[in-house]
Structure formats: C-alpha cells, structure tokens
Design a protein around this ligand. Structure first.
Ligand code: SAH
Length: 237
C-alpha cells in the first residue's frame, strides 16, 4: 500500500510542475491540492492532531496572504518574505502555535505581529474575536484590507507597539506573539485572563516557544520547541 504522505509528496511535485508549466501561475484548483497535501504531510505527518486546526488550515487560502510572485511557494514547508524584512511563518509553526492555545470558540484573542494577516485569519475561524497589532504601518494597512475583503468581520487590526498590548480590549483569553521578544513582556501577561494562555517565541539568538498559563496563584510555564522568528522590536527603535 502506498503511504499517504508519499502519495501527497508525489502529488505536490506533480502539481508544482504543472503550475510552472502554465503561463498564468497556479490555478485555484492547484492551490487547493497543494493546501491539502500541506495538511497531510507537514501537519498531520508531524504532531498536529487538533481537528479544528487541521480543518481550518485545509480551508484558509494561504496563497492570498503572500506577495503575488511567491504564490506558487505559499504551501511550502518554510516561512516566506512578505516585504519590510518580515516573514509569514511556516505553516507548521502557525498550526503548532494555534493548537497550543487550545481554542474552544468563545475566546477573545490578542495577536502581536499581524504581518500578512494569515495567522489572524486562522485564529478568527477558531475563536470569537481577534485583535491584532502590527508595528509596520504598511503591513497593518494591507493586512487589515486583505482580511476585510476576505470577509473576516471578527478581526480588528491596529498599527502600534505590541509591547503595550491593547488595554482597551483586555483581558484576553489567549495571546499569541508572532515576533520574538528577549523575554515575555509583563504587560501582556497582565492583559491575560485567569486561565488564559499565552504563546511566545522567547529569546534573542536562540528562541524557544513557551506557553504561559495564568492561574489564580501566578503563572506557569511550559517550554516547547526551538524556533526562529523575526525580533519583536520596540516602538522607538
Ligand atoms: N503573524 C504573521 C507573521 C508575523 S512576522 C503572519 O501570519 O503573517 C512578525 C511581525 O511582527 C512582523 O510583521 C513585524 O513587523 C511585527 N512586529 C515586530 N515587532 C512588533 C511589535 N513590537 N509590535 C507589533 N508588531 C511587531
């Protein structure tokens, strides 16, 4: 019997080649197939098991969140540049961080680092409301516009410094930081509900994904995997 991941790898090679041969780039159908193989090979083939996360990532059109000339690589197993020296995270990392938040559907979530808006879209499908902060004005503007055009009515994007959080809408049931601070900002821990979860790539040269959970008695920390993110910069840098 042919093992599923192998089948998908063959399929992805076929679809990519077919995509290159066509003059106008990949068709929606090819993107659909690339997306399904991304879920099978990169997510299910590793440790992504949350049915909600898998379903949403098999649906959200990641190719619409990357620059036009990168679309054929949108479902590859790596991050991609999105301009302004920033990147959209690797699909597996988006899935991993989302799964770690264990969303049930009722949550108000804060994201730091909107970037392309892809992670915000994935979250928006799994919770009640997403607030997302981006420090680069051009990225904040284009992500907000993209999400609006795609019909995401439960995402609000603002341009600002994520170190300050979003006091007006706090506390949040979950916080996801998609740029790396040297250490988790206390302001963001303060804006978390009791029982809330915060995931962050913490560190400078070496970064580790850490999951903080706020309890009645304080904050607990779980160390997950080593990662590479762009740095979380300060507003006055
Ligand atoms: N989540 C994004 C990828 C994030 S890349 C996506 O799905 O595409 C990290 C982003 O964090 C970059 O866009 C960067 O400009 C932004 N960033 C860096 N420091 C920040 C800060 N202090 N506050 C808000 N955003 C910040």
């Amino acid at each position: 019997m042919v093992r599923k991941p192998i089948l998908y790898i063959v399929l992805i090679m076929f679809v990519s080649t077919a995509g290159c041969a066509r003059k106008g780039g990949n068709s929606e159908e090819q993107f659909y197939l690339l997306r399904q193989s991304m879920v099978e090979v990169q997510l299910k083939g590793r440790d992504i098991t949350d049915p909600g996360v898998l379903e949403v990532m098999s649906r959200v059109p990641r190719h619409l969140f990357v620059p036009k000339n990168r679309r054929s690589s949108a479902y590859g197993d790596y991050p991609l540049p999105i301009g302004y020296r920033q990147t959209i995270s690797q699909p597996y990392i988006v899935a991993y961080m989302t799964q770690a938040l264990n969303l049930q559907g009722y949550e108000k979530v804060l994201e730091i680092g909107t970037g392309s808006g892809y992670q915000a879209a994935v979250l928006a499908e799994l919770c009640a409301q997403v607030y997302s902060i981006e420090i680069v004005p051009e990225l904040a503007k284009s992500a907000a516009q993209r999400l609006q055009e795609m019909g995401y009515v439960n995402v609000e994007v603002k341009c600002g410094d994520g170190y300050l959080g979003w006091e007006e809408h706090a506390p949040f049931d979950a916080i996801i930081i998609t740029a790396a601070p040297p250490e988790v900002p206390q302001t963001l821990i303060d804006q978390l509900t009791v029982g809330g979860r915060l995931i962050v790539p913490e560190g400078t040269a070496i970064q580790e994904l850490r999951l903080y959970t706020k309890t009645k008695y304080g904050v607990s920390r779980e160390d997950l995997i080593f990662v590479r993110f762009v740095p979380m910069i300060h507003g006055d840098d």
